[in-house]
Design a protein around this ligand. Sequence first.
Ligand code: GLU
Length: 497
Amino acid sequence: MTIRVRFAPSPTGYLHIGSARTALFNYLYAKHVGGKFLLRIEDTDIARSTDESTRSILEGLEWLGFAPDEEIVFQSNNADKHRAAALKLLEEGKAYRDFTPKEDRGDKNIKEAIVEKARQNQGVKSMRDNPFRDLSKEESDHRAANGEPFAIRLKVPEFGKTSFEDGVYGLTERDYAEIEDLVLLRSDGHPLYNLAVVCDDIEMEITDIIRGQDHLTNTHKQILIYQALGATPPRFAHLPLILAPGGKKLSKRIHGEIVSMTTYRDHGFLAAAFRNFLALLGWSPKTEQEIMNLEELVNVFSLEGIHRNNAIFNFDANNPKRWTDDKALWMNAEYVRTMPIGELLPFVKAELKSAKLWRDEYEDDDKEWFEKTADLIRQRFFTLKDFSSQGRAYFSEDFDFDQAAIEKNLKKFPDLQTWLPELAEKFEPMESFTHDEIETVVKQFTEEKGAKLGVIMNGARALLTGLAVGPSMLAIFETLGKEKSILRLKSQVAWNL
Ligand code: GLU
């Protein structure tokens, strides 16, 4: 039998980190066994679902590279089928009409009524105390025919328990006594969540449901619906949560954009790196290997590797420089610095384009230069954004000077104000402007001045790149070329800042 899994987000916000990880684990699980990964948008909560959210979720999934293997299912299109299922259960006596007036019908009120009744019954509490549960079929039909509004509730059996073998948590059980007769269909004909999910999962022939641990109580209810409908429940695996430092829930209200997937894309993360990071958030392979591309993840993924304890998304919300998990940033840097340069270049191009630094020559006459430069400067970068910020001086004359670099490496050595333009003079007659020749000239110049090589080089770095750190200075001279090196060494702009 082909394994079929689905990712079923509700479009009530952006794609949350936790949901993205759920999608990833479903994807890896399916692909590992050659199964199918499906996508269902659970847009039945009309008041909270928005097209914008659907778009943002799809965008996030596309960025991460999880394309569904079949057409996307929109749950709201199946409402008639959900209603039919509820009516079938009613017909078969597995569900009943609840004529409780609307204002009293909410689950909370029902629970309170049950507690009240239990009090009257000397503490014997039962979830089966709904007065309409045992209404005769005739009376129920009669009241309905008279136009009295009703909700349809599942008739949860009196004694017994639901039990299933969870792919992560193992044997999981719940006594029927703890499960209320849940509403399947509201009095306005609106099918409720648990019914819709079960009907759709049956229709989509889902074999394995992998979702957040917050759905555990729903799972017990859903198993009851499967049983009532005469269908075999799929296998279930529940994923531990991803929490904020300190163990709080990760939420947009408190943690803002940190929680949203598109934030990472917009901050210059590589999808491959973020995917890799997400995979390790609560799962580990049997080996020590941490850097894994999608294919490797697919090959080694198994539910056994999922940790039962909650994962922590580690960030310091008070420090804007540490707006993301340190490991996520480290992972991204690893990818930026070590992935085959040919695979990185399209991302660098996109970044330069969006920063208006891109020139078509980079793919034509200056192709080799562009590749070499990107390869040189990426060694200290963390995100793609660094190519247009820290890397700006390589692609534009209009770059900023870091004040600290100017103070520390330039102004502290006033001699440099004449020396560096003099060094530029030494460059003028050079015919070949490559590493070894530049080194000879710079060393000779340094000796002539009785200066320290480091002082000259750091000063030059500040003038040529605006920064205190970066690639080796000889490589910077060579990359920028003779003309730009001379121009920038002579420039007084930084001195006047
Ligand atoms: N729509 C649910 C959610 O976004 C998930 C339902 C499920 O996976 O069964 O939390």
